[in-house]
Design a protein around this ligand. Structure first.
Ligand SMILES: Cc1cc2nc3c(=O)[nH]c(=O)nc-3n(C[C@H](O)[C@H](O)[C@H](O)COP(=O)(O)O)c2cc1C
Length: 140
């Protein structure tokens, strides 16, 4: 694969990481964001910007997981806005082999425990014997 001087696409970056010896790729982190109070006209964030996480970023993150997974053979760990079992399944269908739950654990410390129970039920109801079979199984 020939890389352009400015490596910008997720697939290209994932490929570079794989070729450099990465065992797996985790994505995404937060997205740099801003918010302004329109009455006081002051920034809501003391540092002006901060990392946006949670459900709002999930569609962006799922797309990035999908693109990375199409470019590498190493496992992808997906994260960004996961709070339910169906969020996990969506990430897996996009190509993730594992996931992380971040922000949801702040509003419910038992979020991961509930997601695992929900995932078990989801798989049993649909006769999915191994959750791993969902990885990359999106039907286009
Ligand atoms: C409070 C908080 C602290 C975080 N600290 C780190 C960190 O130290 N290093 C890092 O790579 N990502 C950090 N992240 C990013 C998360 O690991 C995760 O990639 C991101 O929040 C998206 O997942 P989520 O929507 O489930 O939170 C942090 C996120 C939050 C909300």
């Amino acid at each position: 694969m020939k890389l352009s001087p400015n490596v910008t696409s997720i697939g290209q970056m994932a490929h570079v990481a794989q070729e450099a010896g990465a065992d797996a790729i985790s994505l995404v982190n937060t997205f740099v964001a801003m918010s302004i109070d329109v009455v006081t006209r002051k920034p809501r964030i003391a540092n002006l910007t901060a990392g946006l996480s949670g459900p709002a970023i999930k569609p962006i993150a799922v797309r990035m997981v999908y693109e990375a997974s199409k470019s590498v053979q190493i496992p992808i760990i997906g994260m960004g806005g996961i709070s339910t079992a169906t969020d996990v399944i969506e990430y897996m269908l996009a190509g993730a082999s594992a996931v992380q739950v971040g922000t949801a654990s702040y509003w419910d410390p038992r979020a991961t425990e509930k997601i695992v129970a929900e995932l078990t039920r989801w798989c049993a109801e649909r006769e999915v014997p191994r959750i791993a079979e969902l990885t990359g199984a999106m039907q286009v």
